[in-house]
Design a protein around this ligand. Structure first.
Ligand SMILES: Cc1cc2nc3c(=O)[nH]c(=O)nc-3n(C[C@H](O)[C@H](O)[C@H](O)COP(=O)(O)OP(=O)(O)OC[C@H]3O[C@@H](n4cnc5c(N)ncnc54)[C@H](O)[C@@H]3O)c2cc1C
Length: 324
């Protein structure tokens, strides 16, 4: 059996969790087994049943209201309880803020080998060998997990999310949670302002110090809105409070793997690239032909951001109008 941790936002499963279920379903098929998803907090049964369309046969649901706010200790306890109940040999989560905190705890509790940041399916012809990111995404490692139980955290946006058919059964699960499991309490949650969550975005428009100041961000926001993209930024931009820190990507910020990353006025320092070099297509707009980012770009536009970006936005508008 494979157990997969799924996350939701206000009762709706996140796209990256559907990706984790599909990933688990692929492995389950190869191993000739089934998958059980683990959901926590306030999620309607109808939403949980939809996980069947992504390959889950069953959902174990722990409703404790204290789980509505993230708590790594309590979440890990629920995942471990589910893994033990299902006698799971593989446990899957995401390599996101939740998974980075929860999956190592789960692996330690189950004495399981952990692959953190997987970007490929396990190769069962070579034991249980999984491709993962190393050195901030600058290289790959192939790791063979030899423990009886295996834990994988999957890099979000690695595989496409395609809905199939089917409905999962839902079962309530008591995980034996006590007050001691909630010794760290979340007092307040500030939601990111953008309409598309950065970690799940397939398209990202990002700005650097070349934008000169927060008053110029409207050009990036207009392009992002037209594309249905999330916005991101380099670290100095967040440090200067031009943009919220939740948008900062790189070695010390978020790691993203969108289908398209448009970098505007960003030099392409190695610490920035560490967070974005898993992007499938990179477009760089910069006025300096020597900017290092051009070396990592699939497409480069040499010129002033304040001239190029509005033209690009207009072109996207026209393209969309032509499609209607
Ligand atoms: C330990 C450590 C960790 C770090 N972590 C991160 C991190 O996580 N993320 C991160 O981003 N950085 C990080 N940094 C900082 C990193 O080294 C760079 O300093 C930073 O990425 C540079 O940001 P920038 O490209 O926005 O600014 P700059 O380096 O100042 O580049 C601005 C770019 O804009 C271009 N430009 C200027 N005007 C225009 C215009 N009108 N039109 C078009 N282009 C224009 C310039 O040619 C230039 O290439 C870290 C540094 C250290 C030491």
């Amino acid at each position: 059996m494979i157990v997969v941790l799924v996350e939701h936002s206000q009762g709706v499963f996140k796209k990256k969790s559907l990706e984790a279920v599909l990933y688990a379903a692929h492995i389950a098929k190869e191993m000739g087994t089934d998958i059980t998803a683990v959901a926590m907090g306030n999620v309607p049964d109808s939403e949980m049943q939809t996980l069947g369309a992504y390959g889950a046969q069953k959902v174990l649901h722990t409703t404790d209201a204290r789980l509505d706010n993230f708590n790594s200790k309590a979440y890990a306890k629920v995942v471990v309880a589910a893994a033990q109940k299902e006698n799971a040999k593989v446990i899957i989560g995401l390599h996101d803020t939740t998974g980075k905190a929860v999956m190592p705890r789960v692996a330690a509790r189950l004495q399981a080998g952990l692959v953190a940041g997987a970007v490929g399916y396990p190769d069962l012809s070579k034991g249980f060998t999984v491709k993962k990111n190393v050195f901030s995404g600058k290289a790959f490692a192939f790791v063979n997990v030899t423990s009886d139980t295996k834990v994988i955290s999957l890099m979000p946006n690695t595989f496409p999310v395609v809905k199939g058919e089917g409905s999962a059964t839902v079962e309530q699960m008591e995980a034996g949670l006590s007050d001691a499991d909630f010794s760290v309490k979340v007092l307040e949650v500030s939601k990111a302002s953008g309409s598309v969550p950065l970690s799940e975005a397939e398209l990202v428009v990002s700005g650097g110090r070349g934008l000169k100041g927060p008053e110029n961000w409207y050009v990036l926001e207009a392009l992002a809105q037209e594309l249905g993209a999330a916005t991101a930024c380099s670290r100095p931009v967040a440090d200067a409070h031009w943009r919220p820190h939740g948008e900062h990507v790189g070695q010390t910020g978020g790691t993203i793997r969108p289908n398209l990353y448009i970098a505007v006025g960003i030099s392409g320092a190695i610490q920035h690239l560490a967070g974005v070099n898993g992007s499938k297509t990179i477009v760089v707009i910069n006025k300096d032909p020597e900017a290092p980012f051009f070396k990592a770009a699939d497409y480069g536009v040499l010129g002033d951001a304040m001239e190029i970006v509005p033209k690009l936005t207009e072109a996207v508008k026209k393209f969309k109008a032509g499609q209607n």
